[in-house]
Design a protein around this ligand. Structure first.
Ligand code: ADP
Ligand code: MG
Length: 268
């Protein structure tokens, strides 16, 4: 329930899929940038020890003095872990390889599944007035991903348009169901977005047809095409929207942001 003494809280979305290389980080960065273009204030939480979202947004390892790890362990002030990026309205909590030990270190912690939930709901969040928080999850269904799901209102699932794409989905859905039955009863699936789609490839079309037949409305109408500009952008430390604003990849992420906003305004 909303607290009348505190301003509107951000919508928190976990970008998750336990498969690596399906477009989680790419979607987090570019959807985040596209939501900023629509006038939102967005916070990206890098929850992957690989720190790809941090690198892709131009935060070098040596500039990551305080990270998501410190936030989870309550060893840093929220204001000290949030960094600005070159995109107006887009902030980041960076990650380093430190996070990989969190899984083991937190086993004895009674609140281990609620650490991110609590961190993102502390009063210090209010000053930032974020509209949306996007959590870039690691490629596994470990304690970090569970933290993301417990902290979030919904889960957005990037699905690579390739054979076997749907196979891992049942396990992901099972984890969502478990979290829903325990720590976060109102957790929703925000939607499934097809990534790296190649319209000339029959396989992409088959995966799309299969996904839409099986998952219906859960699948976003917007499809993210395979686009070389999207894959080049991180090495320039920019979202594709800034790196090549007229590219097909940029257009697709703008469309996804618009569709997402319309969708959750309908539900809210
Ligand atoms: P994950 O975070 O799920 O591991 P990434 O977002 O890092 O996946 O994407 C994996 C690789 O695919 C990266 O090299 C990325 O640049 C590339 N990639 C992602 N989306 C696209 C796209 N739409 N077009 C071309 N390359 C893409
Ligand atoms: Mg990633």
């Amino acid at each position: 329930m909303s607290n009348p003494l505190r301003p509107a809280q951000p919508k928190i979305i976990a970008v998750a899929n336990q498969k690596g290389g399906v477009g989680k980080t790419t979607t987090t960065i570019n959807l985040g940038a596209a939501l900023c273009e629509l006038g939102n204030k967005v916070l990206i939480v890098d929850l992957d020890p690989q720190g790809n979202a941090s690198t892709g947004l131009g935060i070098e390892t040596e500039d990551r003095a305080l990270t998501t790890y410190d936030l989870l362990l309550d060893e840093a002030e929220l204001n000290d872990v949030i960094l600005p990026t070159s995109t107006v309205g887009l902030s980041l909590i960076p990650a380093t390889v430190d996070l990989s030990s969190a899984d083991i270190e937190l086993i004895a912690n009674e609140k281990r599944s609620y650490l991110l939930h609590d961190a993102l709901r502390q009063p210090a969040m209010d000053n930032h007035q974020f509209d949306v928080v996007l959590i870039d999850c690691p490629p596994s269904l470990n304690l970090l991903t569970v933290n993301a799901m417990v902290a979030s209102h919904s889960v957005l699932v990037p699905l690579q348009s390739e054979f076997f794409a749907l196979e891992g989905l049942s396990q992901l859905m099972l984890t969502v169901r478990e979290v829903r039955q325990s720590a976060n009863t109102s957790l929703r699936i925000e939607g499934i977005v097809l990534t790296m789609y190649d319209a000339r490839n029959n396989l992409s079309q088959m995966v799309e047809a299969d996904a839409r037949a099986n998952l219906g409305e859960l699948v976003f109408e917007t499809v993210i095409p395979r686009n070389v500009r999207v894959s080049e952008a991180p090495s320039y430390a920019l979202p594709v929207l800034a790196y090549d604003t007229g590219s097909k990849g940029a257009a697709a992420y703008r469309a996804l942001a618009t569709e997402l906003t319309q969708k959750y305004n309908r539900v809210a």
